[in-house]
Ligand binder design. Sequence first.
Ligand code: GLY
Ligand code: MN
Length: 460
Amino acid sequence: MLRAIPILISLGLALVAFAPNAGGAGVVDARPVYAGAGPDTAAVPARILEQRRAALLALMEPGIAIVRSADPRADWSHPQDARFRQNNDFYYLTGLETPGSWLVLFKRERGPDRELLYLPKRDPAEERWSGSRPGVGDETARRTGVEAVRPAAEFGSDILAPLGAPGSFSDYARLYVPLGGDPSLPRDVVDAAVAGRRSIVDLGVPLAELRVRKDSVELARLRRAVDITVEAHRAALQTVRPGVYEYELEARIEYVFRSMGAHRLGFPSIVGSGPNSVVLHYDRNRRRMEAGELVVVDVGAEYSYYTADITRTYPVSGKFTPRQRKIYELVLATQQTAIDSVRPGITLWRLSQIARSYMREHSDGLCGDLSCDRYFIHGLSHWLGMDVHDVGDYTAPLVPGMVITVEPGIYLPDEELGVRIEDDVLVTEKGHVVLSEGAPKTVAEIESLTKHDACECPAP
Ligand code: GLY
Ligand code: MN
């Protein structure tokens, strides 16, 4: 096995050498080793971070923008916070995973804008426990391109105090902070701005305008998240069969995620079989899958702060029943019709209309004279990026660099039959690229790739 790994890595391949069966209980008895994860994430280049901040400043009126980092759960009951995840906006603008920090941008009427970072003072004793962190100094300035890095302890006197004094910071009548439910919105900053008689503006709006169009670094990370998730789906296809528990499928998928270097889940994995296939966000994943059912598998690896979101629906027995196949083909053709329409200028609303009209016209009696909305009960698309339902204006026409999901579904609770098919689609100058096209989805592909030699599968 060791001999195989360097070869696979050197080829940059994401797949797959099969170890001999390890024996033991359970159905996941062949243990594939996934190579190709590569080195840890490289830093976001300072040049890219500078471009992002300059673009944000260009969208602002004169004012001060303040973005707070995330904070860890650091207390005696949580001596480690392995789930620490940086605030998306802070990471987007600084590339830093440091907690307890502030980014401050000054947009002037005229003259050069200013950028300051406030970071906690380094603590060598603490770093013996948690590892090293960027600190105040030239190295952090060089790494982020921010002109000055100051101790977080000075933030109060440098920024908060003048912000709260009506006569100070007289060039800056506006305070920009991300609003909209951001848990890291700093209350004391808002209070100071009110005391200083400044108007408060939602920084989330210009930030969303930027984040919805991915730059080259973002796209590389998103593609990696998608590639990992595609491999996980391929592994899932080989695992699904009657008698397997939903959590076994979940484990196989998440094993591939981590083995290929995913940093975390983009969202809790959804593995819903039979009656659970009609529950959109079913993520308990506790049920035993039975012959003749469908299982909806909606999963996404997160890689370097970017998440994939890919759904496939598999027949547990390896073959669709005629009824399942009919519904599946309708969802698949609806999805293809919508994907074919993805191009610059179109809106998500229009794509949804196209999908829903197609589904209704081809439903062969399922929907009757009514729309299919009573079976297709969720949106067709969402923005994809640092969040699975990423920021962005849902009324905006598509432009190159945006990434959306296209995910029609039909859910028939009375029949315990749910189908959802979801791909991740990049908008390009010429139209689109389906980033997740490597995940099998035609009936023929799925039926031929599902392994069923170990089960007595009933005839469909
Ligand atoms: N992947 C879950 C969702 O899009 O809601
Ligand atoms: Mn989705």
